[in-house]
Design a protein around this ligand. Structure first.
Ligand SMILES: [Zn+2]
Ligand SMILES: [Zn+2]
Length: 202
């Protein structure tokens, strides 16, 4: 029996997933056996827009692969209008916003620290199965595209080029991303987020 990666379809042997173990596929997806039904209220393929105060949360959601719009100094009216027009869940910590605007797709965050906010959003929208690391630019929210090593060569340090073969680039800001040592740290961080989000609802 094989377990497919939800991101790229690559098959993994079932014995790798004993006791609920999960692993990271090379495509940046988390692979594991589905042990619980997804919550019915989870917004499949949820897209977000974060208010001006939540820039760090937006950046993290993008690193995890989620579409999260963010603008500095965005007025409430524009935030709400973008959310409604673009079908995005509005993320905010501003109670006044929820009082002033009757929008159903608004999630008022309880958590104050960015890590706790991430846990809260991953849990509320059941995002864990859809995490795709390094598939979206953390700076401008654009989906990344594969970048041939020859093209990446102009934009990354030589020492990186010696060790990495796979690169992706942001079509908007031309930032280059690769599986480097930094991703181990990110993966550990994300593992902690997912474990906490999957625990007993707080
Ligand atoms: Zn994969
Ligand atoms: Zn970018």
């Amino acid at each position: 029996m094989a377990v497919p990666c939800p991101g790229c379809g690559r098959q993994y042997d079932v014995t790798l997933f004993e006791f609920g173990r999960t692993l990271w596929c090379t495509c940046g997806s988390r692979v594991g056996r589905e042990t619980r039904a997804r919550r019915l209220d989870a917004a499949a393929g949820a897209r977000f827009i974060a208010d001006a105060m939540l820039g760090r949360l937006a950046r993290w959601l993008r690193l995890l692969g989620f579409d999260c719009a963010w603008e500095a100094h965005i007025p409430d009216e524009r935030l709400v209008r973008r959310g409604v027009e673009e079908g995005r869940v509005i993320l905010s910590r501003d109670r006044a916003l929820a009082d002033e605007w009757r929008v159903s797709e608004l999630h008022l965050l309880q958590a104050e620290k960015v890590r706790d906010q991430l846990v809260e959003v991953v849990r509320r929208f059941d995002l864990a199965p859809d995490i795709r690391l390094l598939t979206r630019c953390s700076e401008c929210n654009e989906p990344l595209a594969p970048l041939p090593a020859a093209l990446a060569a102009e934009r990354v340090p030589a020492r990186v080029l010696e060790r990495q073969r796979r690169f992706s680039g942001c079509p908007a800001c031309e930032r280059v991303y690769w599986e480097g040592t930094h991703t181990d740290r990110i993966k550990r961080f994300v593992d902690g987020i997912v474990a906490e989000a999957s625990g007993a609802p707080g």
